[in-house]
Design a protein around this ligand. Structure first.
Ligand code: AMP
Ligand code: MG
Length: 319
C-alpha cells in the first residue's frame, strides 16, 4: 500500500526523482509525474494500463507557467483561463517541443489545466516542471475521489498519495478545444458549460464519441464499474435478477421495494453539486458489494453539473 500523508516535501522529492505520486484535485485524484520526463510519463501509462493513444492532461501552477510549454494562448482561451482557473477546466493548446509526443499521443496540442486544490497548487508552485496527471485509476474504471480509492487499485504501484480529503467537485474536468472557429467542448465535466457559454458565447458540444474520438475520455464506454450499470428504473432490470441483487444510485426518492442497504442517495436535498461529488464513490461502493449483480441509475436533471453526471452514467452503462 502507498503511504497517505500531506508531506509536500516528500512528494516533491519523489516527483523530482521522476517517481509517481497520487495527488488531490478538486475533480478527481490524479496519478502525477514530471511532464518533462519520458520515464515518468511512460510509467504513468504503465501503472494505469492506459493505451498510448489516450493523451494526458498537464497541470500547471498558473497561466503564466503554462506559457513555458505551449506555443501560443489564443485570446479566447486566455480570457476563459483568466476567469475560470484555477478550476475544473482543461484547455487544449499548441504544445512546445518540451512536451513529448508521448504526453499528447502524437497530437500537436497539449491538454492543460490549473487545478483548484490548495495542496496541489502549493506542490505545483515549488516544482520547476508541470505535472502530467490522468485520473489515478486503471484505464476505463471509475475515477478515484479519495486517497483510499487510489490505494485500492494503484496502492501497490506507487509509494505516496498526497491526502487532500474527498474531491470537492467529484467529476473530471470539462475539456475545451479552440481548434475550430467555434470553441468545442470535447468532454462535459466539472465546469458547467453554461458558465463557459456566458464567457465565450456559442460553443459546440461534441459529447458523442466516434470511432476516432478526439478525446479518449469521449470513448463510449468509460468511467465504468465492473458490474452492469442499467440506466432507468426497476422495469429495466432482467427478470432473472432478484430484487436483493439490485443496487441503486438514487437521486430523489429511494425505491420502496429494494433493500435500503443496496441503495445510495447521491444527494439528500436534490442538490446536483452534491450528487456529482458523491457519484463515483457511490458507484464504487455498489460495485464492491458482493450480493449486488446489477446497478440501476436514473438520469438527473440535465443542466449544470447534471450534464456531466448524465454523461458519466451513460458511459458507465455502455459495454
Ligand atoms: P483523464 O486525465 O484520465 O481525465 O483523461 C484526460 C482526457 O483528456 C483524456 O480523455 C484525453 O483524451 C483528453 N485529452 C488530453 N489531451 C488531449 C488532446 N491534445 N486532444 C484531445 N483530447 C485530449
Ligand atoms: Mg481518466
Amino acid at each position: 500500500m502507498a503511504i497517505v500523508g500531506n508531506d509536500i516535501d516528500h512528494a516533491v522529492s519523489l516527483l523530482c526523482a521522476n517517481k509517481l505520486v497520487g495527488i488531490p484535485t478538486e475533480t478527481v485524484y490524479g496519478l502525477a509525474g514530471n511532464a518533462y520526463s519520458q520515464d515518468a510519463v511512460l510509467d504513468i501509462f504503465k501503472v494505469k494500463r492506459r493505451p498510448s493513444f489516450d493523451p494526458l492532461i498537464v497541470h500547471a501552477a498558473s497561466l503564466e507557467r503554462v506559457a513555458d510549454f505551449v506555443l501560443e494562448i489564443p485570446p479566447e482561451a486566455e480570457n476563459l483561463a483568466n476567469q475560470l482557473w484555477p478550476g475544473p477546466l482543461t484547455i487544449l493548446l499548441k504544445k512546445k517541443d518540451i512536451i513529448s509526443d508521448l504526453v499528447t499521443s502524437g497530437l500537436d496540442t497539449v491538454a492543460v489545466r490549473v487545478p483548484r486544490h490548495p495542496l496541489t497548487l502549493s506542490l505545483l508552485k515549488v516544482l520547476d516542471f508541470p505535472l502530467a496527471a490522468p485520473s489515478a485509476n486503471p484505464f476505463g474504471y471509475i475515477s478515484p475521489t479519495t486517497p483510499a480509492h487510489v490505494n485500492e487499485q494503484l496502492g501497490n504501484e506507487i509509494n505516496y498519495i498526497l491526502d487532500g480529503g474527498p474531491c470537492s467537485v467529484g467529476v473530471e474536468s470539462t475539456i475545451v478545444s479552440f481548434e475550430k472557429k467555434i470553441p468545442t467542448i470535447l468532454r462535459l465535466g466539472g465546469q458547467p458549460i453554461e458558465r463557459i457559454m456566458d464567457i465565450l458565447g456559442e460553443v459546440e458540444v461534441n459529447e458523442h464519441s466516434s470511432s476516432q474520438p478526439d478525446a479518449p475520455g469521449m470513448l463510449k464506454s468509460h468511467y465504468a464499474p465492473s458490474k452492469p450499470l442499467i440506466l432507468g428504473g426497476l422495469q429495466e432490470v432482467p427478470n432473472d435478477i432478484d430484487k436483493t441483487e439490485i443496487g441503486a444510485l438514487v437521486f430523489g426518492e429511494m425505491y420502496t421495494d429494494l433493500p435500503e442497504e443496496n441503495q445510495i442517495s447521491l444527494s439528500d436535498s436534490d442538490n446536483i453539486e452534491q450528487a456529482a461529488k458523491n457519484l463515483f464513490g457511490a458507484m464504487r461502493e455498489l460495485d464492491q458489494k458482493t450480493d449486488i449483480r446489477v446497478i440501476i441509475a436514473q438520469l438527473v436533471p440535465d443542466h449544470g453539473l447534471g450534464r456531466a453526471i448524465n454523461d458519466r452514467l451513460k458511459r458507465a452503462a455502455t459495454r
